[in-house]
Write a new protein. Structure first.
Lengths: 485, 95
């Protein structure tokens, strides 16, 4: 059984297709391990009994030509799942049972995957350490009392801890890439418009994007094949010609032009991150790529602009949680006080902070000074990338300015928490695709990630370059299973 | 600039979030440190820049207004916090 959980997603699929393993054996292996891994607090809701039933059915008469034949998967609890509680990590949705399925999870089930359960995340995906969840902290398998990153922290922990062979998360400002970097896993944020947002609990609609979190780059390509599809239910879904990502994987990157932005060399960045970046550059040269120094001059304004745009959109999106049609309700003497008490008790501190920032920047008299200003800065940040892509194919940066930190280290100071996303946020503001791959470790043996940022809709390029790097890096997490009981 | 306690309470009102004085003071501190950080944007001259409102700069596609889901009325009402088989219930608004 220990063999099963050590296999990559693609290896499991091969074993199922060759009938060397059954869906039931695989599903049981992950369930058994999850039951011994409750310490990590990765799951908000499990659906194990149904998963075993579905696996049995798959073994009896499943279609082995599916892309994910009988593969059990756990997903972030931000994706609505029909008839299964979906909380977004919030008290206000703690009893919400959707009557529909998100498009991307539907794609997983349509290709034969089986739902194991719903994974913990920061409340409404607002956080960088999974410490804002109503359902408690998630611990990282990487070390005791270490955060897995966020907001897709439960997904990252479950994946690194081998409780699911692969998973999907969402990324609004780095919520796939930062936790991937903290846990030694691969996280891909596709181009805005690639994966449907239908049925994903909305945070900031112009930034939100779903994407794969996997053990290696091939698995990410495979998952992207399944979830990247045009959808008429999402008005910003883009109908472009998608690649055959997994089949087209190639490690030949000779002549590819890689940009190195000088603005990502920030003050106070640890030496080990600087070295990691330098080693990445050396490796790409060795693989035949051409290194070109570039400038993205507005980088330092990305985070402040993001903290206007994202809260503004969040304050609008979260206006729907009023205790009337679904979710938690608190009593009040009249309608308004019922709303106010419901939202005061139903939302956590970080969510309230962001709703208030958003309400303020959109309020009468401040709109031009803040919201409009931020949208103009957003244009300048995107223009920087457009200009850079005239001379390069992809851009290489560190994924995060530090490695994983301890639980409680940054909760007192919101701004220090926000700085975690300094390298990931510009990508969301510009709608570009980016991937984080594990590339080394710090002095505590915690993983460090490198980020590759691509041109819009050119995920194949990103995947190929990271695939070729991954082969040479041969990163291993070597976790000690300290949390198993 | 700084956001005073009165403004914090006003924003809370607009946000439909009830806060007590202790919470208001905490929020005053947090929001001021966040806005101090945001103020950096004022250094950039954006007079001649168009705002970027959406990354997918395409026009919205139209589709026919057809019912595609089956009747899930009961399922939807089941999520309602206060039970009543036909309606969503709120505190009395009209005397």
């Amino acid at each position: 059984m220990s063999d099963i959980i050590n296999l990559t997603l693609s290896a499991l699929i091969n074993k199922i297709k060759k009938k060397e393993l059954s869906s039931r054996e695989i599903t049981n292996a992950y369930i058994t391990r999850a039951e011994k891994s409750k310490n990590l607090n990765t799951y908000i809701t499990t659906d194990f009994e149904n998963a075993i039933e579905k696996a049995k059915k798959f073994d009896e008469k499943g279609n082995f030509n599916y892309k994910l034949p009988g593969i059990p998967l756990a997903v972030k609890d931000l994706f609505c799942t029909n008839n299964l509680k979906t909380t977004a990590g919030s008290k206000i949705l703690s009893n919400f049972i959707p009557s529909y399925e998100s498009t991307v999870t539907q794609h997983l089930w349509d290709e034969g995957a089986i739902l194991l359960g719903k994974l913990n995340c920061d409340e409404f995906a607002m956080g960088s350490s999974n410490e804002t969840s109503f359902f408690g902290n998630v611990e990282s398998p990487v070390g005791k009392k270490v955060v897995p990153g966020g907001s897709s922290g439960g997904s990252a922990s479950a994946l690194a801890g081998k409780l699911t062979p692969a998973t999907i998360g969402t990324d609004t400002g780095g919520s796939i890439r930062q936790p991937a970097s903290f846990t030694g896993t691969v996280g891909l944020k596709p181009t805005y418009g690639s994966c449907s947002r239908y049925g994903i609990v909305a945070f900031a609609s112009s930034l939100d994007q779903a994407g794969p979190m996997t053990q290696d780059v091939s698995d990410a390509a495979l998952m992207l094949d399944v979830i990247s599809k045009y959808d008429t239910k999402d008005s910003t879904s883009v109908n472009f010609k998608r690649g055959d990502y997994f089949k087209s994987l190639s490690s030949n990157i000779k002549g590819k032009k890689i940009g190195i932005p000088k603005e990502y060399r920030v003050d106070g960045m640890p030496k080990e991150i600087e070295n990691l970046w330098q080693d990445g550059i050396t490796l790409l040269k060795k693989l035949g790529a051409k290194i070109i120094d570039i400038s993205l001059p507005h980088t330092k304004y990305a985070l402040p602009a993001y903290y206007i745009v994202a809260p503004a959109e969040a304050s609008s999106n979260l206006a729907r949680y009023d205790g009337v049609k679904y979710g938690y309700r608190s009593e009040g003497e009249n309608l308004i006080s019922m709303y106010e008490n419901t939202r005061s008790e139903g939302f956590g501190d970080e969510v309230k902070r962001r709703i208030m920032i958003g309400t303020y920047v959109l309020s009468s008299g401040y709109y031009d000074a803040y919201y409009l200003k931020a949208q103009k800065i957003r244009r300048l940040i995107k223009n920087d990338f457009d200009e850079a892509y005239k001379s390069v194919d992809v851009i290489l940066t560190p994924s995060t300015p530090s490695s994983a930190f301890k639980i409680g280290d940054k909760t007192d100071d919101p701004v220090s928490m926000y700085l975690n996303d300094i390298f990931t946020v510009p990508v969301n503001l510009s709608g570009l695709p980016a991937i984080s791959i594990p590339a080394g470790k710090d002095k505590n043996n915690y993983p460090l990630g490198l980020q590759l940022i691509g041109k819009a809709f050119e995920e194949q390029n990103l995947l190929n370059i990271s695939y070729s790097m991954e082969k040479e890096l041969s990163f291993k997490n070597n976790l000690q299973d300290w949390w198993i009981k | 600039m700084s956001i005073d306690l009165k403004t914090i309470k006003h924003i809370a009102k607009l946000s439909r979030i009830s806060i007590d004085d202790k919470k208001a003071k905490e929020l005053e501190k947090d929001l001021n440190s966040i806005f101090e950080f945001i103020e950096a944007l004022n250094k950039v001259d954006t007079k001649k820049v168009d705002p970027l409102t959406s990354i997918a700069e395409t026009s919205l596609k139209l589709r026919g207004d057809e019912v595609k889901t089956k009747n899930i009325r009961e399922q939807i009402l089941k999520n309602s916090p206060e039970e009543n088989k036909d309606f969503f219930v709120v505190p009395k608004v009209v005397e």
